[in-house]
Design a protein around this ligand. Structure first.
Ligand code: SF4
Length: 77
């Protein structure tokens, strides 16, 4: 199980590193959230408003390899 989860207040992001083809879509699209010089390199806590979460959904949706995936929060009410 290579997929790793990173947690944010609105959405989480999971990442399966071996799938990444290094297109840079994530790094260019949302450099605040995706920064390879930082640990953890993926930080969805930086997408803490609905607008930023939508942008994160859009950027992750453009990941060409499927390495990145949005994990929505589901209410258990
Ligand atoms: S967008 Fe996807 S394939 Fe491209 S660098 Fe990011 S994780 Fe890798």
């Amino acid at each position: 199980m290579a997929r790793k989860a990173y947690f944010g207040p609105i959405v989480d992001v999971s990442d399966d590193r071996p799938l990444c083809i290094h297109s840079g879509v994530c790094l260019r699209g949302m450099p605040d959230v995706f920064d390879v010089r930082r640990r953890p390199w993926t930080d969805p806590s930086r997408a803490g408003t609905p607008e930023l979460a939508d942008r994160l959904r859009e950027v992750v949706g453009r990941c060409p390899s499927g390495a990145l995936r949005i994990e929505e929060h589901h209410s258990h009410a």
